[in-house]
Ligand binder design. Structure first.
Ligand code: ATP
Length: 267
């Protein structure tokens, strides 16, 4: 397990991400290629983009894709949660923001993933509002220091974009916004397949049919991950029941369609 706020290259790759094709393309263009071939961008005089904001419902792959981008670019990854910064002692929140960016510069190329950025939007009149305001100001200072941001990219994430201070969304700060929606049926199929790479799944499981099901309609990627996990537990449960009854369980531990069917009832 990685300590919050410290850098490492994530072990999540493109294959682990289902769907999100256009976002993948955008990140390849705006981050991965820039990190891998900065000279081309320089030669072409491209103004680089360093700040991105992903917004949308929870569990649809914002964190996952940010990690995969870092992996594919061979970049370090620092995971920060907005509320954690504010949990510091008074006056330390700004220092914390400064430290994060300076750490990112020393291990560049680096992607700072800033989860729940909306937490840094001052809620005027509330207790501790000025702590938030000073942390936010420091964040803006860091984002504005573009000439010092060589190789440091920031990907913010939020479930509530409306709650974000508009000052944060200007070009040069979190200049590019991407919506990460609930997956379509086709994307659900792709997510299920990505998830199945990590588990023993019978070859005749029809992911297409599963993804089309009515019960799947409003499920997020995180819900689908929970579904597959529950299915795996059902295999274990089946084995345990056999052994409890004194009958040997000779089958290999493999997730079949029936285990997934059963899992639908639980999630
Ligand atoms: P939150 O807004 O709550 O932070 P998030 O959008 O960052 O959510 P993730 O943390 O990326 O969501 O997703 C949670 C888990 O759900 C992932 O670790 C993965 O197992 C699964 N998941 C979500 N989206 C996808 C996807 N597009 N492809 C594959 N797995 C996914």
């Amino acid at each position: 397990t990685k300590r919050e706020g410290f850098s490492s290259i994530p072990n999540v790759n493109w294959e682990d991400v289902g769907g999100l094709d256009s976002l993948r393309e955008a990140f390849d263009r705006y981050i991965i290629q820039c990190i891998k071939h900065p000279e081309d961008y320089e030669e072409l005089g491209v103004d680089m983009e360093f700040g991105f904001l992903l917004y949308g419902p929870p569990g649809c792959g914002k964190t996952l894709i940010a990690k995969a981008v870092a992996h594919e670019a061979g970049a370090n990854f620092i995971h920060i949660k907005g509320p954690e910064i504010l949990r510091k002692y008074v006056g330390e929140s700004e220092q914390e923001v400064r430290t994060i960016f300076s750490r990112a510069r020393t291990c560049s190329p680096c992607i700072i993933f800033f989860d729940e950025v909306d937490a840094l939007t001052p809620k005027r009149g509330r207790e501790g509002a000025w702590v938030v305001e000073r942390a936010l100001n420091q964040l803006l200072i860091e984002l504005d220091g573009a000439d010092q941001r060589h190789g440091v990219y920031v990907i913010g994430a939020t479930n509530t974009p409306d709650a974000i201070d508009p000052a944060v969304l200007r070009p040069g700060r979190f200049g590019k916004l991407f919506y990460v929606p609930l997956p379509s049926a086709e994307e659900r199929r792709s997510i299920l397949k990505a998830l199945a790479r990590k588990k023993p799944v019978a070859s005749d499981v029809d992911f297409d049919a599963l993804a089309q099901r009515e019960a799947c309609r409003n499920l997020s990627g995180a819900d689908l991950a929970a579904l597959m996990n529950e299915a795996a537990m059902n295999v274990k449960e089946e084995k345990r029941l056999h052994l409890d009854q004194g009958t040997p369980y000779t089958e290999p531990l493999i997730i079949k369609t029936t285990h997934i069917e059963k899992a639908f009832d639980k999630i």
